[in-house]
Design a binder for this molecule. Structure first.
Ligand SMILES: [Zn+2]
Ligand SMILES: [Zn+2]
Length: 421
């Protein structure tokens, strides 16, 4: 009786089927039931659980490997909530939101590569247009002096952008040691389970603690920390300067291209062939003799060709893109320049603000312990130890390591002018 019930239950619930069940324990128990004549009800329930557990194992083995981890994670959350006497609404809310944070982190990590690709693709397209559209006009229009200035300045900016972007993306930001050490620490990271030195913070996207962490930059697909902060800032600075250069240089060219495109559309609508005006002036700082008469007349192109339209559209694209980036990235660069002047990172700005307000209520003034004075902060940031370093380490590509090891920091008061510059 008991055996037939068990067989029925097993056939009804167990995917493995009784006759071919590989669950050895279950088979053994059925056989023992036949021999011992046990009471059926309680035994069936117990065996049912064992059978389901066995089926769980079977289905788990069939489950794709990708799903196993999230499933075990959900089980763990459920068990930790159910069996935890300290569970309250906040803990439950945190657990519910945990997958949301996880998704955001995964998406940010995945989009990191997309953002890097975007930066490379957009910068390359602007450089291509500058070389194909702007440079021939510069060579035809300007005097030798202006021509040399354009070529030197444009290429210098380009080299600085490429160098600092490459270094910012490929230089690890710096990590606290994971082994036992004597480095003084200020707190403990619950996620990495390691002591955190001063100015270190945990990055949820990189899943590790970062020395002197500023922020996680999706455009670099990397954290900005102690060892690549200078590369990040220099990249922002030179990209802003480069965009401003393209925007100012192509201003008049953009106006003419816009008018030409507008005229094309207008004329196409009317089905008439009216010649379009010349390509126009290049730059606001151009010498007056360079843009008058012959030069501009000679470079005027006949309208309505595919090449003309592509030329004008490329100029408009370049100008709109570089102008937008100039404003947006310029604001960001300015903000970071303010932070560097104060000797703070983006994260420390929030922490210091809170601390300043807290102390202000007590009638005290907060002072940032990592600020060495406005000029010295810049010297420390760029690694300037002598005057020539302003040229070799700031205005030219330089791969020198930053001041300090990022683990320990000199605390004020220091000498007013710590570096003889
Ligand atoms: Zn950590
Ligand atoms: Zn990160």
């Amino acid at each position: 009786m008991a055996v037939s019930k068990l067989q029925a239950v097993c056939r009804g619930t167990c995917l493995c089927r009784y006759s071919g069940c590989s669950n050895r324990l279950l088979k053994d128990m059925i056989l023992s039931l036949q021999g011992l004549n046990m009471r059926p009800c309680s035994t069936v329930m117990h065996l049912l659980l064992r059978c389901m557990r066995g089926c769980g194992r079977h289905s788990r083995s069939r489950m794709p490997r990708r799903l196993r981890q999230p499933m075990s994670y959900i089980k763990l959350i459920f068990k930790s909530l159910y069996f935890n006497s300290l569970t309250n609404s906040e803990v439950v809310l945190d657990c519910i939101l945990e997958p949301v944070f996880w998704m955001v982190e995964v998406i940010t990590r995945w989009f990191g590569m997309v953002f890097v690709f975007l930066v490379v693709a957009l910068t390359s397209s602007v450089v291509f247009i500058a070389y194909v559209c702007l440079l021939p006009l510069v060579l035809q229009t300007y005097s030798l002096g202006w021509m040399m200035w354009h070529i030197c300045y444009g290429n210098w900016i380009l080299v600085m952008i490429v160098f600092h972007y490459y270094k910012a993306t490929n230089t690890p930001p710096g990590y606290p040691p994971k082994m036992k050490n004597e480095v003084p620490f200020v707190s403990f990271c619950k996620k990495c389970v390691i002591p955190k030195p001063a100015r270190s913070h945990h990055c949820g996207i990189c899943k590790t603690c970062i020395l002197k962490m500023d922020h996680h930059c999706p455009w670099l697909n990397n954290c900005v920390g102690h060892y690549n902060h200078r590369y990040f800032f220099s990249f922002c600075l030179f990209l802003t300067l480069g965009c401003m250069y393209c925007s100012i240089s192509g201003r008049n060219l953009f106006i003419d291209a816009y008018n030409a495109i507008d005229q094309f559309r207008h004329l196409e609508a009317e089905k008439q062939g009216v010649p379009v005006t010349g390509i126009g002036l290049l730059i606001g700082i151009v010498p007056s003799e360079g843009v008058t008469g012959k030069g501009v007349q000679e470079i005027s192109q006949p309208p309505y060709t595919y090449k003309d339209r592509m030329f004008h559209k490329s100029v408009i694209y370049m100008w709109v893109l570089t102008s937008t980036v100039s404003v947006a990235l310029g604001a960001l660069t300015l903000w970071h320049a303010v932070l560097i002047t104060r000797g703070e990172t983006s994260i420390e700005r929030h922490i210091n603000n809170k601390e300043a307000k807290r102390l202000a209520k007590r009638g005290k003034v907060y002072r940032n312990p990592f600020s060495y004075g406005k000029l010295n902060n810049w010297k420390v940031f760029f690694g300037v130890e002598k005057r020539s370093h302003w040229l070799t380490r700031v205005l030219l590509p330089s791969g020198h390591t930053p001041y300090g090891d990022g683990l320990t920091w000199d605390i004020y008061p220091l000498k007013k002018d710590m570096l003889p510059v």
